[in-house]
Design a protein around this ligand. Structure first.
Ligand code: ADP
Ligand code: MG
Ligand code: ZN
Length: 633
């Protein structure tokens, strides 16, 4: 409810500001009008004009002490009007006016029409406007609270605002006629596209399906991690089928007054019904569609909204051609009523892109920027496992921004490669100036990672080492890039990875005899892998193939929740500790064996700040005449 009040106050403020602006504008133009049509003169000028016989009529207002006078007949349009202030105790005025044959009169204030109009315009009108706006607002808010003014949207109600009144403002139920997006704009995601293609063709020709008696899915749920193109795909369906697209986000329902969410759903489907065939897209559907549990923490508003959504989905005529698409990255938390047949009965996974997918996405977005002709996008695709479509689109844009900054007319390979670092690790941070000693520590730390990685069989080759601080807080990083993609990871590979992560800390200990806090991120990652090995992958002898945890949310990188006894949890912790410690030992042994290389490469890195994988390997594999004392394990 706090959100609602905040929004309400915000919109109230907006209306008051608009009213004030109108008032001020009116007053300004009124005074302006007064000033242009009536010329202000001094009293002496006035007397001078009387003496020159230029004044025909004089009207004295005793109320405000103003003298209005004209140089001709009052009804003559060419007559100019003047105004001056009465001079106190000027007894000679009346005789002077008489002497020059001026027609004069005086006005008693409370019968003054002018004054009344003046008062009305300058005070009455503004007050009226404010009162009117306030009344409108009040009424709309009351209606909104009752839930029968579905067009009201306090959040972004600017869309339908016009001078005529604050009528319909369907700001958030975006009925986009042309989404302008087609499947050609979505790279990769072939399975998702295939599944959606059928929906598109149904929308294009619902009758064809009705004739044969086929029932098209009413709804499909796009599930996958953020940034993988769910929204884009939904728009593309509308674009392919050439039908209107209504979009609303689940979070908008929840922020509303009680009863508003349900009303909005009703309105959304009413609009969709008028425009069918069409697509109704509900983004972040998990916010309304969360499983209703029997606990105490019920949310009436959300439940009402969800119920209304279910009712609407059951209610509409299937052959009219309304398809409801939902998107979520928390499919497991959805209410089962939503995923029943006849509702969101199709579930379409939209996963993170693989190597080919990443390259295809880069290619699509590269079309929007000017690049040197021989640009190699595959380098970036290889270096970015785990990146989403949104990340990749962002990288292309970062590259273009860098190109402009560097004064390039085309995006170069260097711009592109730099932008990968920016998206992965943040901008270079100039304000962080490391002391020579700190730089030394970071150089040994990063080289430690790299040497452990390079001395393992089958680990991804090191492609870059840098000790330039980043805005993300990293003081340096070592990048490993696999030539091709794996979909399975062996126990050995996981242990190797943990050893590589321990390599940074191990190098610090070996050389400086003391640890720094620089390894915190490595520790976190190593522990995460070890824990998954124990609780999810059944990779330990101690527990075997028993699932000890339940994954919380696989699309948002959530860890797992333990589903075991307290005693077992303790044992799990010990096991995790053992695995990480093993990796640490391996790392220490490896670095001891390559101690001379560690020194040499660290010094080189400290001098150059960034070195490529080739430079690293050249030094690391150079034969110095003696074989390193490799660990046996
Ligand atoms: P989601 O809804 O899954 O969080 P979006 O559809 O909003 O992700 O994607 C964000 C942006 O990322 C898109 O506007 C697009 O520029 C880019 N993008 C994501 N996936 C793809 C893809 N498969 N092909 C092309 N661009 C993509
Ligand atoms: Mg989205
Ligand atoms: Zn590290």
């Amino acid at each position: 409810m706090e959100m609602n009040n905040k929004k309400r106050r915000q919109s109230m403020l907006l209306y008051v500001i608009i009213a004030l602006v109108i008032v001020i504008a009116l007053q300004q133009s009124f005074t302006l009008f007064q000033h242009t049509s009536i010329q202000q003169v001094s009293y002496s000028d006035f007397l001078g004009m009387v003496n020159d016989n230029k004044v025909k009529n004089v009207e004295l207002n005793t109320g405000n002490g103003k003298i209005k006078f004209t140089d001709g007949d009052v009804n003559d349009p060419n007559t100019k009007k003047y105004e001056t202030s009465m001079f106190p105790n000027d007894d000679g005025l009346v005789p002077l006016l008489q002497q020059h044959g001026v027609n004069f009169s005086a006005q008693i204030p409370d019968t003054s029409n002018d004054l009344w109009i003046y008062m009305l315009l300058s005070y009455g009108l503004p007050i009226g406007i404010v009162v009117f706006f306030g009344w409108r607002l009040n009424r709309r808010m009351k209606k909104a609270a009752e839930g029968d003014d579905p067009s009201m949207n306090f959040g972004g109600g600017f869309g339908g605002f016009g001078m005529g009144g604050l009528g319909k403002s369907n700001a958030k139920i975006v009925g986009e006629k042309e989404t302008g997006v087609t499947f050609a704009d979505v790279a990769g995601q072939d399975e998702a596209k295939e599944s959606l293609q059928e929906i598109a063709s149904f929308l294009e020709n619902p009758q064809k399906y009705a004739d044969i008696g086929a029932r098209c899915p009413r709804g499909a749920l796009l599930v996958g991690p953020p940034g993988t193109g769910k929204t884009l795909l939904a728009k593309a369906v509308a674009g392919e089928a050439n039908v209107p697209f209504f979009q609303i986000s689940g979070s908008e329902f929840v922020e509303m007054f009680v009863g508003r969410g349900a009303a909005k759903v009703r309105d959304l489907f009413k609009q969709a019904n008028d425009k069918a065939p069409c697509i109704v897209f509900i983004d972040e559907i998990d916010t309304v569609g969360k499983r209703r549990d029997a606990g105490l923490t019920t949310n009436d508003e959300r439940e009402q909204t969800l119920n209304q959504l279910l009712t609407e989905m059951d209610g509409f005529d299937n052959n009219k051609g309304i398809v409801v698409l939902g998107a979520t990255n928390m499919p497991d938390s959805l209410d089962i009523a939503l995923t029943r047949p006849g509702r969101f009965d199709r579930r379409i996974p939209v996963e993170l892109p693989d190597l080919a997918g990443r390259e295809a996405i880069l290619k699509i977005h590269a079309n929007d920027v000017k690049m040197v002709p021989d640009i190699d996008l595959s380098v970036v695709a290889k270096a970015t496992p785990g990146a989403s479509g949104a990340d990749l689109a962002n990288m292309i844009n970062e590259a273009a921004l860098r190109a402009v900054r560097m004064g390039h007319t085309l995006v170069t390979q260097e711009d592109l490669v730099e932008s990968v670092d920016v998206v992965i690790a943040g901008e270079k941070k100039k304000s962080t100036v490391l002391s020579e000693h700190e730089k030394n520590v970071v150089a040994y730390h990063e080289t430690g990672h790299a040497i452990v990685a390079a001395s393992q069989k089958g680990s991804a080759p090191v492609s870059k080492i840098t000790i330039v601080p980043r805005t993300s807080g990293a003081l340096g990083f070592t990048m490993q890039v696999d030539e091709d993609e794996h979909f399975l990871t062996t126990t050995t590979e996981m242990r190797n990875k943990i050893a590589v992560l321990c390599g940074g800390r191990a190098a610090e200990e070996l050389i400086f005899g003391e640890a720094t806090n620089g390894a915190s991120n490595d520790i976190e990652k190593a522990t995460q892998i070890a824990r998954a090995m124990v609780t999810q992958f059944g990779m330990t002898e101690r527990f075997g193939m028993v699932a000890l945890g339940q994954q919380r949310n696989r699309y948002l990188g959530g860890g797992s929740e333990l589903t075991c006894s307290e005693g077992t949890a303790e044992d799990i912790d010990k096991e995790v500790q053992r695995i990480v410690e093993e990796g640490h030992t391996t790392a220490l042994e490896t670095l001891r064996a390559h101690r001379f290389k560690l020194h040499e490469i660290s010094r080189y890195l400290q001098r150059k700040e960034t070195i490529t994988g080739e430079e690293f390997m050249r030094i690391f594999t150079r034969d110095d005449g003696f074989a390193p004392n490799l660990p046996t394990a």
